[in-house]
Write a protein that binds this ligand. Structure first.
Ligand code: HEC
Length: 113
């Protein structure tokens, strides 16, 4: 009897542990709706989605609208890790979580070109 309970407990614990491990590994799924609150600061430089910056003659800011979500995500991760070295984008990306980046990437990937 005791052994059975012990076995059941082990099985349950194992299942929970596996679930937790899976949850940690899974990349966050981007939610475009959640991005709305997060892109306010991006708009200042990247402009209205689909457009270039408000000040193209001052310095070039890449267009994000219509970009592949995977590309935007990868670019943000690269700024955060320092692989890409642009100072303002590094500062911005360092304040974004993986979930933020996934949401923002999904948003920009979904807007018209
Ligand atoms: C202070 C101005 C500024 C703000 C604010 C800003 N960006 Fe940028 N961003 C830039 C500039 C300038 C570049 C080009 C940098 C380079 O040459 O690497 C860039 C590049 C990027 C790129 C790479 C694009 C490409 O084609 O490689 C992505 C993605 C990006 N920004 C996303 C964002 C997101 C998301 C936000 C808001 C969370 C944001 N940016 C806020 C100025 C800004």
């Amino acid at each position: 009897m005791r052994l059975r309970i012990l076995l059941a407990a082990c099985t349950m614990w194992g299942a929970l542990w596996t679930q937790a491990a899976l949850a940690q590994q899974a990349a966050p799924v981007g939610d475009p709706a959640a991005a709305h609150k997060k892109i306010a600061m991006c708009e200042g430089c990247h402009g209205i989605p689909g457009y270039r910056t408000a000040y193209p003659e001052v310095y070039a800011v890449p267009k994000l609208g219509g970009q592949q979500p995977a590309y935007v995500l990868r670019a943000l991760q690269a700024y955060k890790s320092g692989e890409r070295s642009h100072p303002s984008m590094r500062g911005i990306a360092s304040g974004l979580s993986e979930q933020d980046m996934a949401d923002v990437a999904a948003y920009y990937g979904g807007v018209a070109k």
